[in-house]
Design a protein around this ligand. Structure first.
Ligand code: C2E
Ligand code: CA
Ligand code: CA
Length: 576
């Protein structure tokens, strides 16, 4: 009896458990996003549940109702759906397909699973068919696909896809025995546009230009890509006739002759430097050609921008030479393997020594003198300028201290400062520390800066100049006349001295208009309280003319070349 009661209780408990599980399954199924068809035990009867009804507005009872269901799908997909709903062979455990709604707007995935019976044999037609709405998944996939091929800012090809298309062009050109031309287009001074107008406008400009390029694409012939930032690439297959490089460049220049109009109404005019490299002349692979075009663009920038240049061997030689210099320069900087030369500056009227300009010199390990006009720009590009600049300041001030003490003389020591060096946050502090450490009078120190420093953020430039000025250090503006600044613009900055660029001195005697400009620079500078220095004075005639035109100080080969410190020693002891 007890045993019976126990069995009964067990059965009740099991039943309760079962109906609880069934209840849970029902809740899960009914709240599922999926729709289901269950085909019972090999018969004709089917059950639908889950979201099936809301998905298709249908309830099915028999397998022959499947025809009604098929109506709900796109015509082109019905065959695949039928094969999924009714897999031909009983042995198939699993069938699936992706298909669209009749209007094509919704995507479904259908999965049919045939149940195994206990003994592992597939029970005929005993199956579960699941319907999933995968429209969102499909959209994401096509977004990803888009991002894999296109640049999201401009809508033209991205770099990776462009490289693979260029590779295809090259393979095809091998067969057709023709060329592939690559144009790398680098927008001039884009950084300035970004800095002045802000990155939103910068991006809009890139977008507009990208959109223009998109319109230049020709199937199988011209492809365009946004490589990065302000750099775009165009590849032309078999450039000739209507699709020649010249034609493309002319169109580009025509486009640039009109400004781009931003959504804010602002008009922005741009130019670009264009480097052209061609397969097979410039290299054998897509990346080789892109690299060559990149080197040409770099060359265009050096030549003053807004031009198109073709790749040729000397450009590569130059580039490799620079790479070689760069490697040697790293080693020289590590060992401070530089020397300072000093060029005297004289008061024009009295020929009294006004000061010396410190100029760096570097002999590479083969003993060849590399001019600073070559290696300073390289050092600015790779960051070595900080180290080199620090060496220059320290060495020159130490040397000046020795001279001023030994000869008991006071004159100016002028030190060239690179714009990148000046931009460093700790620049002013490090100058002051070196001057203090060496016990030099700050008013004997003069820093030569160029206009490129002044076009940066006005407040921070002025704050630094003012601190230096208050400390006693003089500021001299080098190469004046070559940049964009007018004298009235300069008036805003605390500057003491203007150095009139050598290019004016070179032609001042032969060219009337240079003469007028030079004289007006000298007159206006004086009216504004600047001291003036003429640099690069090479002969007596230039010297006399500049002196009579009122120039304060003369520097140049005529009165003295840059000399090593021992030679300046001789000069100072002679003067004493
Ligand atoms: P810069 O500051 O304009 O220096 C004047 C350049 O003109 C010097 O060339 C000098 O040797 C040369 N020069 C002076 N008088 C005459 C002349 O009568 N005729 C001719 N033909 N040339 C004359 P250098 O020493 O080759 O320096 C070239 C440039 O390299 C400098 O131009 C300056 O921008 C940069 N540089 C030189 N030393 C340093 C340095 O220590 N630090 C930095 N940041 N830049 C330096
Ligand atoms: Ca200078
Ligand atoms: Ca100069």
């Amino acid at each position: 009896m007890e045993e019976k009661n126990y069995q009964l209780d067990l059965l009740k408990a099991q039943n309760a458990q079962l109906s609880k599980s069934e209840h849970i399954y029902r809740i899960v199924c009914e709240s599922s996003d999926y729709g289901y068809i269950y085909q019972c035990l090999g018969g004709e009867d089917v059950l639908t549940f889950g979201s099936f009804e809301s998905m298709f507005g249908l309830t099915l009872h028999r397998t022959r109702d499947f025809d009604e269901l098929l109506e709900k799908f796109h015509e082109d997909d019905r065959k695949a759906i039928r094969e999924t709903l009714i897999p031909e062979e009983n042995s198939r455990e699993f069938a699936t397909c992706e298909c669209r709604s009749a209007n094509g707007h919704i995507w479904y995935r259908i999965v049919t699973r045939i149940e195994r019976s206990e003994d592992g044999v597939f029970a005929d037609k005993d199956k579960i068919i699941t319907f999933m709405n995968i429209t969102r998944e499909k959209a994401q996939h096509s977004d990803l696909l888009y991002m894999a091929y296109y640049d999201t800012t401009t809508g033209i090809y991205n770099r990776n896809y462009f490289v693979s298309l260029l590779t295809e062009f090259i393979a095809r050109a091998d067969v057709d025995k023709c060329r592939v031309s690559l144009l790398m287009i680098d927008i001039d001074d884009f950084k300035k546009i970004n800095d002045v107008q802000g990155i939103i406008i910068g991006d809009e400009l890139l977008q507009q230009f990208g959109f223009w390029l998109k319109g230049k694409m020709v199937k199988d012939r011209i492809i365009c890509s946004h490589i990065n930032n302000d750099i775009f690439c165009v590849a032309i297959y078999d450039a000739s006739g209507q699709y020649s490089v010249d034609n493309f460049y002319n169109d580009l220049k025509k486009r640039f002759s009109e400004p781009f109009v931003m959504s804010t109404g602002q008009e922005i005019a741009i130019t670009a430097s264009v480097g052209v490299a061609e397969y097979p002349d410039a290299g054998g692979s897509a990346l080789d050609i892109i690299n060559c075009a990149d080197i040409v663009v770099y060359n265009c920038k050096k030549m003053g921008k807004n031009i198109l240049q073709y790749f040729e061997a000397p450009i590569l030689d130059d580039f490799l030479k620079n790479v070689d210099i760069e490697n040697k320069l790293k080693e020289a900087a590590f060992n401070n393997n530089f020397m300072m030369y000093y060029q005297p500056q004289y008061v024009a009227k009295t020929r009294r020594l006004r000061g010396v300009e410190a100029l760096i010199r570097w002999k590479d390990d083969s003993g060849k003198m590399i001019p600073p006009s070559v290696f300073i720009p390289i050092a600015e590009k790779n960051g070595l300028i900080d180290h080199i600049g620090h060496f220059v300041v320290e060495e020159s001030i130490k040397q000046y201290k020795k001279w001023s003490e030994f000869y008991n003389m006071q004159f100016k020591i002028s030190i060239n400062i690179s714009a990148l060096q000046y931009k460093k946050d700790d620049f002013v502090d490090s100058i002051m520390t070196i001057i203090d450490k060496n016990g030099v009078d700050p008013s004997d120190v003069e820093l030569e800066i160029t206009e490129s420093i002044l076009i940066d953020d006005f407040d921070s430039v002025t704050a630094k100049l003012t601190r230096l000025r208050n400390f006693g250090v003089g500021i001299s503006l080098d190469d004046f006349g070559t940049g964009y600044s007018s004298l009235s613009y300069l008036k805003k900055f605390p500057i003491d001295t203007l150095k009139v660029d050598k290019s004016f001195i070179d032609t001042v005697l032969d060219d009337a208009s240079t003469r007028i400009i030079t004289e007006s620079i000298l007159n206006m500078s004086h009216a504004m309280g600047f001291e003036t220095i003429a640099e690069g004075v090479e002969n007596e005639r230039q010297y006399s003319y500049l002196t009579s035109a009122g120039c304060d100080v003369i520097q140049g080969f005529y009165l003295g070349k840059p000399l090593p410190s021992e030679k300046i020693d001789e000069l100072l002891s002679y003067m004493k």
